[in-house]
Ligand binder design. Structure first.
Ligand code: ADP
Ligand code: MG
Length: 326
């Protein structure tokens, strides 16, 4: 139902960056090791995401574009313990209902690729196509059939900036994956995959400023079923701004008040008064102890035991920072 999809699209797709987020997460869910993002006019004219992931079979293409058809949950237990980033089965139908949409895909063992078009929610028939193993999704003229939303889009530079921020965050979470970002036909940024320690630090420096790796502290602590790992900037770090705070829960970027409070408090109580600490931190916990899908487009989470999470983060960071003062 196109109308239902368009209403859902209002939830899932706020702007080009939110569509890019869903599409890149799909590529990562499909096991891609290389993801290319191409935009035209800040994404308003064109969003194209290419991946080298598992691909979609011809007969599954239409299903991928239908509502609540997800390949990612087979049972209620799966829903509880969902390890992938998206499982609502809403992203593709939503994006397809508000754009001129094409998906082209080939499974590694398939003889050829197949392409399916969907114009503002009207689905075509799969056609044979040329494509290496993997998937390319194209969304043209975002919101062309929802003028009120189209008008709401900001300047090209603003929309592109949101996509750049998003890719930076994804590139930090998945340092093993190669990302490329192009705008209006020009390659703007690329992140080479990093497999060794050196490559990891190089990529961290490329993203947070070249001084960051040497002026930060690496930590990796586990307790009570939680694991916190990553890098926190020391006060000597050349640049430390509020926009250099990356916190991931089970590899998904999150903005959460409990988390922010615990970290800020730990910094303040040791020595970093009045500064915005820079950090890239990963919290891992059993997926049943957290709901990361509170709102499709927002990076909110709901912890089952908020207090425990807060105390674990505070104590771990406090101890690590206190160690550097000695
Ligand atoms: P969800 O990610 O919540 O399952 P989506 O609407 O984002 O829902 O995607 C629907 C389905 O399409 C996915 O479950 C997956 O099977 C398939 N799919 C989407 N994008 C890709 C991709 N890049 N590579 C392989 N399969 C994909
Ligand atoms: Mg998805």
């Amino acid at each position: 139902d196109t109308l239902v999809d368009q209403i859902a699209a209002g939830e899932v797709v706020e702007r080009p960056a939110s569509a890019v987020k869903e599409l890149v997460e799909n590529a990562l869910d499909a096991g891609a090791t290389r993801v290319e993002v191409e935009l035209e006019e800040g994404g308003a004219r064109l969003i194209r995401i290419r991946d080298n992931g598992a691909g979609i079979a011809r007969d599954e293409l239409a299903l991928a574009l239908s509502r609540h058809a997800t390949s990612k949950i087979a049972s209620l237990e799966d829903l509880e313990a969902v390890a992938t980033m998206g499982f609502r089965g809403e992203a593709l139908p939503s994006i397809a209902s508000v754009s001129q949409f094409t998906i082209t895909s080939r499974k590694a063992d398939a003889e050829r690729a197949w392409c399916l078009e969907c114009d503002g929610g009207r689905l075509g028939e799969p056609e044979p196509a040329q494509h290496p193993p993997g998937t390319t999704v194209e969304a043209r003229e975002l919101f062309y059939n929802v003028p009120a939303r189209r008008r709401f889009l900001r300047a090209e530079r603003t929309e592109f900036g949101h996509v750049e921020d998003l890719l930076r965050a994804l590139a930090l979470a998945r340092m093993d994956v190669e990302f490329r970002l192009s705008h209006n036909g020009k390659l703007v940024r690329s992140w080479r995959p990093s497999r060794s320690e050196d490559e990891l630090l190089r990529r961290l420096g490329e993203t947070l400023g070249t001084g960051f790796p040497s002026q930060s502290l690496y930590l990796d602590e586990s307790a009570a079923g939680f694991r916190l790992s990553g890098w926190v900037g020391l006060p000597t770090a050349a640049r430390s701004q509020a926009d250099q705070q990356y916190f991931y829960v089970n590899r998904r970027l999150v903005r959460d008040r409990t988390v922010a409070h615990a970290l800020r408090q730990a910094y303040a109580d040791v020595l970093y008064h009045g500064r915005h600490p820079a950090y890239v931190l990963f919290l891992e916990l059993d997926p049943t102890r957290v709901d990361v899908n509170v709102h499709p487009a927002k990076s909110e989470v709901r912890f089952r035991d908020q207090r425990l999470v807060h105390d674990f983060l505070y104590r771990t960071l406090h101890r690590a920072l206190a160690g550097t003062r000695a």
